[in-house]
Design a protein around this ligand. Structure first.
Ligand code: HEM
Length: 258
C-alpha cells in the first residue's frame, strides 16, 4: 500500500474539470474550494452521526470530544471563505455562465447537514433529482430523528424529561424552542459543571454554523451584489432568511438567565 493508493490521489486529482473556454485561471480555485467544502460536509455529517449515538447512550465525555472536533471543523470551514474572497467579481463573471443553473443551493450534503441538525424543510427535497442517491440520503435524513431529538434523550437521562408533544411529533418537523427544556437546561447549567462544558461547546458549534452563513452571504454580496443566484433565488435576500436560525435554540434562549 502506498500513500497514493490509500488516498486515491490520482483519482482525486482527476476530478477538477474547468469548463471555461478559453481557460479562466480562477475557475480552478472555484472548483477546488467547493470540492473541499463537500469533503468537510461529509466529515461533519460523520461526526454528527457519531455524537447523536453518544447522546442516545448517555456518553458525556465522547460527546464533549466530538463537539470539540465539530467546532474546530466549523472554524476551518469559515476560514476557507477567505480563499474564495480572493476571487474578484470580474474574475468570477468570466466563468459564471459556465455554471449554468449549478449552485451551492443544490448541495445535498449541506441540506443533509441542516436536516441532521434539525432544520427540516421537506420542500428542499425537490431540488435533488428523483432517484439519485442524494435524494435517497436526504429523504432518510428528513424521516429520521435529528441531533436535537438525540439531545432530548440525553437530557432525559439527566433528569430533564422530554415533553410529550416533542416526543411524539413527526420527525419531518423543524426544531422549535421549548420552555420546559430551557428550564431543565438552566438547572443543569447551574448544578452540573461537566454538562456546562458540553453546552458551551454545542453553543460554539452553533455559532460557527451561523458564522459560516454570515461569511457566505458577505462573500456573495461582494462577488455578485444584488444579482439573482445561479440557483434561481433572489441571492443575498434569500440567504438572509436563514442567517440567524440557531441549531439549539434552547441553549440561546436561557443565556440572560445564567
Ligand atoms: C463566488 C462564490 C459564491 C457565490 C457568488 C455564491 C452564491 C450563492 C447564491 C447566490 C446562493 C443562493 C442560491 C442561488 O444560487 O440562487 C448560494 C447558496 C449556497 N451556496 Fe454559495 N456562492 C459562492 C460560494 C460558495 C461556496 C464556496 C460554498 C461552499 C460549499 C457555497 C455553498 C452554498 C450553499 C450551501 C448554498 C445554500 C445556502 C442556503 O440555502 O441557505 N457557496 N450561493
Amino acid at each position: 500500500m502506498t500513500y497514493a493508493d490509500y488516498l486515491h490521489v490520482e483519482e482525486l486529482l482527476a476530478l477538477q474539470e474547468p469548463r471555461s473556454e478559453p481557460h479562466e485561471h480562477d475557475e480552478t480555485l472555484f472548483i477546488i474550494v467547493h470540492q473541499a467544502y463537500e469533503l468537510w460536509f461529509k466529515l461533519l455529517l460523520h461526526e454528527l452521526d457519531k455524537v447523536a449515538t453518544d447522546f442516545l447512550a448517555d456518553r458525556l465525555y465522547p460527546a464533549i470530544s466530538t463537539f470539540k472536533r465539530l467546532r474546530t471543523i466549523m472554524k476551518v470551514a469559515v476560514e476557507q471563505v477567505d480563499v474564495v474572497e480572493t476571487l474578484t467579481p470580474m474574475s468570477f463573471n468570466s466563468f459564471r455562465d459556465r455554471l449554468d443553473k449549478a449552485s451551492g443551493f443544490q448541495s445535498a450534503q449541506f441540506r443533509e447537514l441542516e436536516f441532521a441538525l434539525g432544520y427540516k424543510r421537506a420542500d428542499m427535497l425537490k431540488y435533488q433529482p428523483a432517484g439519485a442517491p442524494a435524494h435517497a440520503r436526504l429523504t432518510r435524513r428528513l424521516n429520521e430523528p435529528s441531533l436535537v431529538d438525540a439531545f432530548y434523550v440525553f437530557l432525559t437521562a439527566h433528569g430533564v424529561p422530554t415533553p410529550e408533544h416533542l416526543r411524539t411529533r413527526s420527525p419531518e418537523l423543524p426544531t422549535t424552542p421549548d420552555e420546559a427544556i430551557e428550564d431543565g437546561i438552566l438547572h443543569l447549567y447551574k448544578t452540573e459543571p461537566n454538562l456546562e462544558i458540553l453546552f458551551e461547546l454545542m453553543t460554539d458549534f452553533d455559532e460557527g454554523f451561523q458564522e459560516w452563513r454570515y461569511r457566505h452571504i458577505k462573500l456573495v454580496e461582494r462577488t455578485i451584489g444584488s444579482k439573482r443566484g445561479t440557483g434561481g433565488s433572489l441571492g443575498v435576500e434569500f440567504l438572509k432568511a436563514s442567517l440567524f436560525s440557531p441549531v439549539f435554540p434552547d441553549l440561546w434562549a436561557i443565556r440572560h438567565r445564567l
